[in-house]
Design a protein around this ligand. Structure first.
Ligand code: DGL
Length: 265
Protein backbone atom coordinates (compact mmCIF):
# COMPACT_ATOMS: atom_id res chain seq x y z
CA UNK A 1 0.00 0.00 0.00
CA UNK A 2 2.83 2.43 0.90
CA UNK A 3 4.27 2.08 -2.60
CA UNK A 4 1.07 3.11 -4.28
CA UNK A 5 1.13 6.60 -5.78
CA UNK A 6 -0.49 9.73 -4.41
CA UNK A 7 -2.96 11.09 -6.97
CA UNK A 8 -2.86 14.83 -7.59
CA UNK A 9 -5.47 16.44 -9.74
CA UNK A 10 -6.11 19.86 -11.17
CA UNK A 11 -8.14 21.40 -13.95
CA UNK A 12 -4.91 21.83 -15.89
CA UNK A 13 -1.43 23.02 -15.31
CA UNK A 14 -1.60 25.06 -12.12
CA UNK A 15 -1.78 22.03 -9.82
CA UNK A 16 1.85 21.43 -10.69
CA UNK A 17 2.58 24.02 -7.97
CA UNK A 18 1.09 21.49 -5.55
CA UNK A 19 2.96 18.61 -7.18
CA UNK A 20 6.20 20.56 -6.76
CA UNK A 21 5.47 21.25 -3.10
CA UNK A 22 4.57 17.59 -2.47
CA UNK A 23 7.71 16.47 -4.35
CA UNK A 24 9.95 18.77 -2.34
CA UNK A 25 8.47 17.60 0.95
CA UNK A 26 8.22 13.90 0.08
CA UNK A 27 10.67 13.03 -2.73
CA UNK A 28 10.27 9.31 -1.97
CA UNK A 29 6.58 9.25 -2.86
CA UNK A 30 5.31 8.00 -6.21
CA UNK A 31 3.03 10.61 -7.75
CA UNK A 32 0.45 10.49 -10.50
CA UNK A 33 -0.82 13.81 -11.79
CA UNK A 34 -3.93 14.47 -13.84
CA UNK A 35 -4.53 17.79 -15.60
CA UNK A 36 -8.05 18.03 -17.00
CA UNK A 37 -6.91 20.15 -19.91
CA UNK A 38 -9.96 19.27 -22.01
CA UNK A 39 -12.22 21.02 -19.49
CA UNK A 40 -10.07 23.83 -18.11
CA UNK A 41 -10.97 26.44 -16.86
CA UNK A 42 -13.11 25.19 -13.99
CA UNK A 43 -13.16 28.62 -12.36
CA UNK A 44 -15.98 30.02 -14.48
CA UNK A 45 -18.19 26.90 -14.45
CA UNK A 46 -21.14 25.76 -12.33
CA UNK A 47 -20.98 23.46 -9.31
CA UNK A 48 -22.72 20.68 -11.29
CA UNK A 49 -20.25 20.81 -14.14
CA UNK A 50 -17.16 21.07 -11.92
CA UNK A 51 -18.45 18.13 -9.85
CA UNK A 52 -19.05 16.00 -12.94
CA UNK A 53 -15.55 16.70 -14.30
CA UNK A 54 -13.94 16.15 -10.89
CA UNK A 55 -15.66 12.80 -10.42
CA UNK A 56 -14.48 11.61 -13.82
CA UNK A 57 -10.89 12.46 -12.97
CA UNK A 58 -11.14 11.00 -9.45
CA UNK A 59 -12.47 7.70 -10.83
CA UNK A 60 -9.69 7.57 -13.39
CA UNK A 61 -7.06 8.10 -10.69
CA UNK A 62 -8.72 5.53 -8.42
CA UNK A 63 -8.17 3.12 -11.31
CA UNK A 64 -4.42 3.87 -11.07
CA UNK A 65 -4.55 2.36 -7.56
CA UNK A 66 -3.68 5.54 -5.68
CA UNK A 67 -3.34 5.47 -1.87
CA UNK A 68 -4.62 9.05 -1.41
CA UNK A 69 -5.96 11.84 -3.58
CA UNK A 70 -4.99 15.49 -3.40
CA UNK A 71 -7.50 17.75 -5.11
CA UNK A 72 -5.00 20.47 -5.99
CA UNK A 73 -7.56 22.61 -7.81
CA UNK A 74 -9.07 25.24 -5.52
CA UNK A 75 -12.25 25.43 -7.58
CA UNK A 76 -12.77 21.69 -7.46
CA UNK A 77 -11.90 21.62 -3.73
CA UNK A 78 -14.43 24.38 -3.09
CA UNK A 79 -17.26 22.87 -5.12
CA UNK A 80 -16.78 19.13 -5.39
CA UNK A 81 -14.60 17.85 -2.54
CA UNK A 82 -17.38 16.07 -0.65
CA UNK A 83 -18.68 14.39 -3.79
CA UNK A 84 -15.17 13.25 -4.70
CA UNK A 85 -14.47 11.97 -1.17
CA UNK A 86 -17.74 10.02 -1.15
CA UNK A 87 -16.94 8.40 -4.48
CA UNK A 88 -13.51 7.02 -3.47
CA UNK A 89 -12.38 4.58 -0.83
CA UNK A 90 -9.00 6.29 -0.25
CA UNK A 91 -8.45 9.49 1.78
CA UNK A 92 -9.10 12.69 -0.14
CA UNK A 93 -7.56 16.03 0.72
CA UNK A 94 -8.43 19.42 -0.76
CA UNK A 95 -6.54 22.70 -0.66
CA UNK A 96 -9.20 24.84 1.05
CA UNK A 97 -8.89 23.53 4.60
CA UNK A 98 -5.06 23.61 4.72
CA UNK A 99 -5.06 27.17 3.32
CA UNK A 100 -7.75 28.35 5.74
CA UNK A 101 -5.98 26.73 8.71
CA UNK A 102 -2.70 28.42 7.81
CA UNK A 103 -4.43 31.79 7.44
CA UNK A 104 -6.25 31.38 10.76
CA UNK A 105 -2.93 30.64 12.45
CA UNK A 106 -1.18 33.57 10.75
CA UNK A 107 -3.63 36.44 11.24
CA UNK A 108 -3.18 38.79 14.18
CA UNK A 109 -5.85 41.35 13.27
CA UNK A 110 -8.50 38.72 12.42
CA UNK A 111 -8.93 40.26 8.96
CA UNK A 112 -8.17 37.89 6.13
CA UNK A 113 -8.39 38.38 2.37
CA UNK A 114 -9.03 35.56 -0.08
CA UNK A 115 -8.40 35.71 -3.81
CA UNK A 116 -9.49 32.98 -6.21
CA UNK A 117 -11.54 32.14 -9.28
CA UNK A 118 -15.13 33.34 -9.61
CA UNK A 119 -16.49 29.89 -8.69
CA UNK A 120 -14.22 29.48 -5.64
CA UNK A 121 -15.15 32.90 -4.28
CA UNK A 122 -18.87 32.47 -5.02
CA UNK A 123 -18.88 29.11 -3.21
CA UNK A 124 -17.92 30.75 0.11
CA UNK A 125 -15.86 27.65 0.93
CA UNK A 126 -12.80 29.54 2.21
CA UNK A 127 -14.97 31.88 4.26
CA UNK A 128 -16.78 28.93 5.86
CA UNK A 129 -13.51 27.10 6.61
CA UNK A 130 -12.03 30.25 8.17
CA UNK A 131 -15.10 30.98 10.27
CA UNK A 132 -15.12 27.41 11.56
CA UNK A 133 -11.61 28.01 12.90
CA UNK A 134 -11.96 31.69 13.88
CA UNK A 135 -15.62 32.60 14.40
CA UNK A 136 -14.88 36.34 14.70
CA UNK A 137 -12.73 36.53 11.59
CA UNK A 138 -13.54 39.28 9.08
CA UNK A 139 -13.15 38.00 5.57
CA UNK A 140 -12.58 39.94 2.36
CA UNK A 141 -13.12 37.58 -0.61
CA UNK A 142 -12.26 38.68 -4.13
CA UNK A 143 -12.43 36.97 -7.53
CA UNK A 144 -9.48 37.74 -9.83
CA UNK A 145 -10.46 36.01 -13.09
CA UNK A 146 -7.75 37.60 -15.25
CA UNK A 147 -4.90 36.20 -13.16
CA UNK A 148 -5.10 32.64 -14.55
CA UNK A 149 -4.76 33.59 -18.25
CA UNK A 150 -1.98 36.08 -17.39
CA UNK A 151 -0.02 33.33 -15.63
CA UNK A 152 -0.61 30.90 -18.50
CA UNK A 153 0.76 33.54 -20.84
CA UNK A 154 3.92 33.59 -18.70
CA UNK A 155 3.30 37.24 -17.84
CA UNK A 156 3.91 37.29 -14.13
CA UNK A 157 6.62 39.94 -14.43
CA UNK A 158 4.75 41.91 -17.11
CA UNK A 159 3.50 45.41 -16.43
CA UNK A 160 0.03 44.44 -17.68
CA UNK A 161 -0.13 41.98 -14.79
CA UNK A 162 1.05 44.64 -12.34
CA UNK A 163 -1.71 46.92 -13.62
CA UNK A 164 -4.38 44.22 -13.29
CA UNK A 165 -3.10 43.34 -9.81
CA UNK A 166 -3.25 46.97 -8.70
CA UNK A 167 -6.76 47.25 -10.07
CA UNK A 168 -8.01 44.07 -8.39
CA UNK A 169 -6.17 44.39 -5.10
CA UNK A 170 -6.40 48.14 -4.46
CA UNK A 171 -9.53 47.93 -2.31
CA UNK A 172 -8.21 44.85 -0.53
CA UNK A 173 -5.03 46.72 0.39
CA UNK A 174 -7.06 49.48 1.96
CA UNK A 175 -9.29 47.02 3.85
CA UNK A 176 -6.77 46.44 6.63
CA UNK A 177 -6.21 42.71 6.12
CA UNK A 178 -2.95 41.31 7.49
CA UNK A 179 -3.20 37.92 5.74
CA UNK A 180 -4.10 37.02 2.16
CA UNK A 181 -4.90 33.52 0.94
CA UNK A 182 -3.69 32.82 -2.60
CA UNK A 183 -6.72 30.63 -3.27
CA UNK A 184 -5.94 29.40 -6.76
CA UNK A 185 -3.31 27.03 -8.13
CA UNK A 186 -1.83 29.69 -10.39
CA UNK A 187 -1.44 32.45 -7.84
CA UNK A 188 1.76 31.27 -6.14
CA UNK A 189 3.39 32.28 -9.44
CA UNK A 190 2.13 35.83 -8.89
CA UNK A 191 3.48 36.09 -5.36
CA UNK A 192 5.99 38.77 -6.35
CA UNK A 193 3.49 41.12 -7.95
CA UNK A 194 0.86 40.50 -5.25
CA UNK A 195 3.44 41.23 -2.56
CA UNK A 196 4.45 44.45 -4.26
CA UNK A 197 0.83 45.64 -4.33
CA UNK A 198 -0.13 44.45 -0.84
CA UNK A 199 3.08 45.54 0.88
CA UNK A 200 5.37 43.63 3.24
CA UNK A 201 3.00 43.60 6.21
CA UNK A 202 0.41 41.36 4.57
CA UNK A 203 1.26 37.69 4.97
CA UNK A 204 0.63 35.64 1.80
CA UNK A 205 -0.68 32.12 2.33
CA UNK A 206 0.32 29.66 -0.35
CA UNK A 207 -2.05 26.73 -0.10
CA UNK A 208 0.31 24.52 -2.17
CA UNK A 209 2.93 24.40 0.61
CA UNK A 210 0.34 23.95 3.29
CA UNK A 211 -1.41 21.15 1.39
CA UNK A 212 1.88 19.27 0.98
CA UNK A 213 2.40 19.51 4.74
CA UNK A 214 -1.13 18.23 5.45
CA UNK A 215 -0.70 15.40 2.94
CA UNK A 216 2.43 14.26 4.73
CA UNK A 217 0.66 14.43 8.10
CA UNK A 218 -2.24 12.41 6.76
CA UNK A 219 -0.01 9.70 5.28
CA UNK A 220 2.03 9.47 8.48
CA UNK A 221 -1.10 9.17 10.61
CA UNK A 222 -2.34 6.32 8.42
CA UNK A 223 1.04 4.57 8.25
CA UNK A 224 1.08 5.13 4.48
CA UNK A 225 4.27 7.17 4.12
CA UNK A 226 6.75 5.60 1.72
CA UNK A 227 10.32 5.40 3.04
CA UNK A 228 13.57 5.70 1.09
CA UNK A 229 14.40 5.77 -2.60
CA UNK A 230 13.21 8.26 -5.15
CA UNK A 231 9.57 8.29 -6.20
CA UNK A 232 8.30 8.11 -9.76
CA UNK A 233 6.19 10.76 -11.50
CA UNK A 234 3.50 10.05 -14.05
CA UNK A 235 1.49 12.68 -15.86
CA UNK A 236 -1.86 12.40 -17.60
CA UNK A 237 -3.96 15.04 -19.33
CA UNK A 238 -7.34 14.89 -21.02
CA UNK A 239 -6.23 16.95 -24.03
CA UNK A 240 -3.23 18.50 -25.80
CA UNK A 241 -0.33 16.78 -23.98
CA UNK A 242 2.33 18.64 -25.99
CA UNK A 243 0.99 22.02 -24.93
CA UNK A 244 0.94 20.88 -21.30
CA UNK A 245 4.53 19.69 -21.57
CA UNK A 246 5.69 22.95 -23.08
CA UNK A 247 3.87 25.16 -20.57
CA UNK A 248 4.97 23.04 -17.61
CA UNK A 249 8.58 23.55 -18.61
CA UNK A 250 8.23 27.19 -19.53
CA UNK A 251 6.08 28.35 -16.62
CA UNK A 252 7.10 26.14 -13.77
CA UNK A 253 10.42 24.71 -14.81
CA UNK A 254 8.91 21.28 -14.14
CA UNK A 255 10.60 18.57 -16.16
CA UNK A 256 7.76 16.40 -17.35
CA UNK A 257 9.23 13.44 -19.23
CA UNK A 258 6.16 11.98 -20.86
CA UNK A 259 2.59 13.19 -20.74
CA UNK A 260 0.00 10.51 -21.42
CA UNK A 261 -3.35 11.30 -22.94
CA UNK A 262 -6.53 10.04 -21.35
CA UNK A 263 -9.55 11.54 -23.09
CA UNK A 264 -12.99 11.25 -21.49
CA UNK A 265 -15.90 10.15 -23.73
N1 DGL B 1 -7.05 25.24 -10.96
C1 DGL B 1 -8.00 26.32 -10.82
C2 DGL B 1 -8.11 26.73 -9.34
O1 DGL B 1 -7.21 26.49 -8.56
C3 DGL B 1 -7.62 27.53 -11.67
C4 DGL B 1 -7.79 27.30 -13.14
C5 DGL B 1 -9.23 27.04 -13.55
O2 DGL B 1 -10.07 27.96 -13.52
O3 DGL B 1 -9.51 25.89 -13.88
O4 DGL B 1 -9.09 27.29 -8.95
Amino acid sequence: MKNRPIGIFDSGLGGLTVLQAVSRRMPEENLVYFGDTAHVPYGSKSRETVTRYSLEVARFLAGRRIKALVVACNTSSALALDAVARSLDVPVLGVIQPGADAAAAATRSGRVGIIGTEATIASGAYTAALKARLPRVRVAPLACPLFVPLVEEGWWGHRATALVARHYLGALRRSGIDTLILGCTHYPLLKGVVRRVMGPRVRLIDSAEQTALETERLLLSLGLRRQGGRGTRRFFVSDAPKRFLKLARRLLGVRVGTVELHAFD
